[in-house]
Design a protein around this ligand. Structure first.
Ligand code: SF4
Length: 386
């Protein structure tokens, strides 16, 4: 693949237009898309060596996370877990630690479940068949299509948000792209034109076009688009209207009070429940609602601690897909826990050296505003020079 940054030439564009019969999405876009992809696609680590496991890891990481943010995680993950077998039998805490900073931890939990399925049902080799891939945990139609077409060169559609945007603009599809029926319709349209000889590259060309040219926010770069000659939205000046998307439900707001509890040189952390949001990860102790200093002190005393000092911290916000946390925080110094009874505190806190907490416990980014007060860096930050 060339990295030469030249655009589709005017001659190519005119020839493409001539070969196009104006009936919406049809094979006439295949050649210009592949030509554009060969010259313009970004060089990304997972494209250099598209083995099934690597394609799978990259596609799962790229869901909900930007390309630039994924790159360092991708390398580190594959170094630590180079095979499906390594992933299948990885200890939970290590796995969560490798994912720390990417968020949406269910993605990696499902990957591990799927890896176990692959070990048990497919002899350790990811299946190439689209339908078989769909039976694996956490693999939906997009990921199945991506693995099947990119890693195995099989004809299968890989329709993500980028592709939905491109196709609905090309064809003036008025359907709500959040509806499964619209996605299925687009998958069918794409399937009909995927070329036998380069299914993976064609799928990637559509994804890439949506990521860097036919962009979601701001103005798409239609002047650089290889399929502008047949884009109905471009021709009719209706780009802003597509894709159609119904407003999502508003997020639930939850107020929280986060506690940075310091005892000698150690800080208190807590293991979250195995069910619900961020299951099984570690967190800073926190309470529902916005509590006053007095309320926090009372709470800690009732829980068996002896607070010595308390200081308010800044407010912070973290947005999950359906919930938004609005947090206030306090740093509290407590008296040393000298005897065993005190150590078995009623809050089930683990008191740990901050360095050790940073290395061994996976604390979600939602707490990053407050972990800084414990000298704990999360996600990507902990690999930066201090
Ligand atoms: Fe998107 Fe513009 Fe290309 Fe149409 S012409 S597919 S709107 S970038």
């Amino acid at each position: 693949m060339s990295t030469n940054k030249k655009h589709s030439s005017d001659i190519d564009m005119k020839r493409d237009e001539k070969n196009y019969d104006g009936k919406g999405l049809e094979e006439g876009i295949v050649k210009p898309m592949l030509r554009w992809y060969d010259h313009q696609a970004r060089i990304l680590p997972w494209r250099e060596d598209p083995q099934p496991y690597k394609v799978w890891v990259s596609e799962i990481m790229l869901q909900q996370t930007r390309v630039e943010a994924v790159k360092p995680f991708y390398d580190r993950f594959l170094k630590a877990l180079p095979t499906i077998e390594d992933l299948a039998f990885c200890k939970e805490d290590k796995l969560m630690k490798l994912w720390e900073g990417l968020g949406y931890y269910n993605r990696v939990r499902n990957m591990q479940k799927a890896a176990l399925q692959v070990m048990e049902q497919f002899g350790g080799q990811l299946p190439s068949d689209y339908e078989e891939l769909l039976t694996l945990s956490g693999i939906g139609s997009y990921t199945a299509g991506a693995i099947s077409s990119i890693a195995y060169q099989k004809k299968a559609p890989a329709v993500d948000g980028n592709v939905l945007r491109v196709i609905t603009r090309l064809t003036l599809n008025e359907g709500d792209i959040l509806k499964q029926s619209v996605k299925k319709e687009v998958e069918k349209q794409v399937m009909e034109i995927i070329p036998e000889d380069r299914p993976g590259d064609f799928n990637q060309s559509l994804i890439e076009l949506g990521a860097i040219i036919c962009v979601p926010n701001g103005v798409p770069k239609c002047q650089e688009c290889p399929v502008a000659f047949c884009c109905q939205a471009f021709k009719t000046g209706r780009i802003d209207e597509f894709p159609k998307k119904k407003q999502k439900q508003k997020r639930k707001i939850e107020e929280k009070t986060v506690l940075v509890i310091q005892e000698t040189d150690r800080v208190g952390i807590h293991k979250r429940d195995r069910k619900g949001l961020l299951p099984g990860l570690y967190e800073l102790p926190n309470l529902s609602g916005h509590l006053t200093q007095e309320e926090v002190i009372d709470y800690l005393e009732v829980s068996g601690f002896r607070p010595l000092r308390i200081q308010p911290l800044e407010t912070a916000k973290h947005i999950f897909s359906h919930v938004e946390w609005r947090m206030i925080g306090y740093v509290i110094r407590i008296e040393d826990l000298t005897n065993k009874e005190e150590k078995d505190n009623s809050l089930d806190l683990i008191f740990e050296d901050p360095k050790k907490a940073e290395e061994h416990y996976s604390i979600p980014a939602a707490f990053s505003a407050y972990t800084a007060y414990m000298n704990i860096r999360l996600g990507q930050d902990k690999y930066k020079e201090s």
